[in-house]
Design a protein around this ligand. Structure first.
Ligand SMILES: CCCCCCCC/C=C\CCCCCCCC(=O)N[C@@H](COP(=O)(O)O)[C@H](O)/C=C/CCCCCCCCCCCCC
Length: 206
């Protein structure tokens, strides 16, 4: 249920302005379930996202689980233990920091996409909203072949109102209201993570 997905992003935020890992991953898992319901054309996207979520879930069920309780504790722990490579991807291909960075960039896309959906006219095309938000965010980190595959897949998206109805949040108008309520939490999670990564000069982790 997307209501629960949006609630998960709200639950990530603590009074100390840190981001809790478990609701963050719960939110992502819910988004992937929704993505899968849009058709197999998006399998290549969900496969990559699932791999990344599983890497993080593995840390959360390991002996070091407490180090991964929040994004902040993860960054502190991995940097102090030399578990992050700032230059060479091959050295630490599955660090929590680089893995979360990929999800974080995708969260930027999601934020722009949902805002576009919320503020668009009834007759707007979801594929156009999706392509515009992708080009303005995530596409900057993808090679040509992925950008092509992604923009091709976006053409299969249903119309704006059908998409909003698929979200199971009531009528399209009710879904838009719900997005208006929930988006500030997604934005806050994005902002806190962006600041954290900028502070540690990790926004370009290979
Ligand atoms: C209330 C919510 C309603 C909206 C629901 C939207 C559901 C979206 C669910 C998931 C979003 C996609 C997450 C994609 C993560 C991509 C991470 C990434 O950038 N990976 C690349 C880099 O990884 P490394 O190689 O460095 O490890 C990787 O190369 C990418 C591979 C796959 C292609 C990614 C294409 C992304 C397109 C994003 C748009 C999804 C379309 C959703 C349509 C509604």
């Amino acid at each position: 249920c997307l209501r629960e997905v949006l609630a998960a992003f709200r639950a990530c935020l603590t009074a100390e302005q840190t981001v809790l890992m478990d609701p963050y991953l719960r939110g992502w898992n819910g988004l992937i379930r929704f993505l899968n319901s849009l058709g197999t054309i998006f399998s290549f996207v969900s496969k990559d996202a699932v791999t990344k979520i599983q890497i993080m879930e593995k840390y959360r069920s390991s002996d070091q689980r407490e180090r991964y309780e929040t994004l902040q504790t993860m960054v502190e722990y991995e940097l102090a233990s030399g578990l992050v490579s700032l230059k060479n991807r091959g050295e630490c291909p599955e660090s929590g920091c680089r893995t979360v960075l990929r999800l974080h960039r995708a969260l930027h896309w999601l934020q722009m996409f949902l805002e576009g959906l919320r503020t668009s006219q009834e007759d707007s095309k979801t594929s156009v909203i999706c392509t515009d938000s992708y080009n303005a965010s995530l596409a900057n980190y993808h090679p040509w072949v992925i950008r092509k595959a992604a923009t091709l897949a976006f053409c299969a998206l249903p119309t704006r109102n059908a998409f909003l109805e698929n979200m199971n949040l009531g009528t399209p108008e009710e879904a838009v209201d719900m997005l208006g309520e929930a988006l500030p939490y997604v934005c806050k999670v994005y902002e806190i993570t962006e600041e954290l990564y900028a502070k540690h000069k990790m926004l370009d982790l290979p």
